[in-house]
Design a protein around this ligand. Structure first.
Ligand code: GDP
Ligand code: CA
Length: 327
């Protein structure tokens, strides 16, 4: 391919950010210095919420901090070296959620964002402004400018914000379903559909299929854009050896009646040639035996190492995804 390729990645938070780091590294390894011109990340905003008067965007922040190199890699969320003085004070006031920690540096992000939202900027404009602080090497777009938080509906009809279900209850309450109220009326954020339409490759990060990729493709217009782009659509399995690597995708998949397996997730996304989203599915070496079944779904499968446990493995996976898309 001549010139700068245009790569679009759909991503959630932690799995998403590791993959995006890998794609950025793989682009750099191909001699593309201006990765910000090459790489657009459409980020899940279904985890977002209002708390203590500020707007939190967990997946947006995970990706921003990871690309900036200021994320807490040990804890897996928030800023490196953060403190919790403000959080402690909020708890003394009985404000916010006692089981939900907001770091001081992180709160700086939320305050800046909320201030700009209050000034009338859209979430897309806020994210663009926030992207100037660091050299992220990618353009970040929220999936939508609308507020479509994720609600977990339990068997007894109780409704919890996704963050409460996950952070407070550690996904121990069996969900009946997940809802994104208002998503039917939402539109893709400006630039999302265009980026997908003009892409040379669209990559689905190994993010949670139900609560990260699910909300993005539920925004009306995104699925059609994926279906109609001339770019190959390559997905990476978040399930390795029949297990979630980290997080609660198994509980989420069970709730929607999908097995925790690489094949079942491929089936959930579906083959583009049969009305679904995928041309190619990257399977872990541990799931090699499932390749024929994936092929039976009408999706080409490629067996690759899918662990993203260090920078070298992330870059190798990024390169494998770009190769699969013939970039
Ligand atoms: P969240 O928004 O922070 O929950 O993160 P994502 O939705 O982006 O990613 C969570 C998913 O990433 C989990 O379901 C994991 O299965 C997947 N994941 C995490 N680490 C790895 C890895 O090293 N390899 C692969 N293939 N998937 C991973
Ligand atoms: Ca998330």
């Amino acid at each position: 391919m001549s010139g700068t390729p245009r790569i679009v990645v759909l991503a959630g938070g932690v799995g998403g950010s590791r993959f995006v780091l890998g794609v950025r590294a793989a682009l750099r390894a191909r001699g593309i210095d201006d990765t910000a011109a090459a790489l657009t990340v459409v980020v899940n905003t279904g985890d977002d919420l209002w708390l203590s008067g500020v707007r939190l965007q967990p997946d947006v922040d995970s990706i921003t901090y990871a690309l900036a190199g200021v994320n807490d890699t040990e804890r897996g969320w928030g800023r490196q070296g953060d403190t919790e003085r403000v959080n402690h004070e909020l708890q003394e006031w009985g404000a916010g959620w006692p089981w939900f920690t907001l770091g001081d540096l992180d709160l700086g992000t939320h305050l800046a964002r909320t201030g700009w939202l209050r000034d009338g900027l859209t979430p897309t404009q806020v994210l663009e402004r926030m992207s100037h602080r660091w050299d992220l090497g990618a353009r970040l777009l929220p999936m939508t400018d609308a507020e479509v938080d994720t609600v977990v509906v339990l068997e007894d009809g109780a409704r919890l914000h996704f963050q409460e279900w996950w952070t407070r209850h550690r996904a121990t309450l069996a969900p009946a379903r997940f809802e994104n109220p208002g998503v039917e009326a939402a539109s893709p954020a400006p630039g999302v559909v265009e980026a997908i339409a003009d892409a040379d490759a669209v990559l689905l990060a190994p993010s949670n299929p139900v609560v990260s990729i699910g909300p993005i493709v539920s925004v009306p217009g995104v699925r059609d854009a994926l279906r109609s782009t001339s770019a190959p659509v390559v997905g990476v399995s978040p399930i390795v050896g029949g297990k979630v690597v980290r997080g609660m995708a198994d509980v989420c998949l069970t709730a929607i009646g999908v097995d925790t397996s690489a094949v079942a997730v491929a089936g959930l996304y579906g083959a583009r040639e049969r009305g679904g989203l995928l041309d190619t599915w990257l399977l872990a070496e541990e799931d090699e035996a499932a390749a024929a079944e994936v092929a039976g779904l009408g999706i080409r499968s490629l067996v690759r190492p899918l662990w993203m446990t260090d920078a070298a493995r992330q870059a190798a996976l990024g390169a494998a995804a770009l190769d699969a898309a013939e970039v």
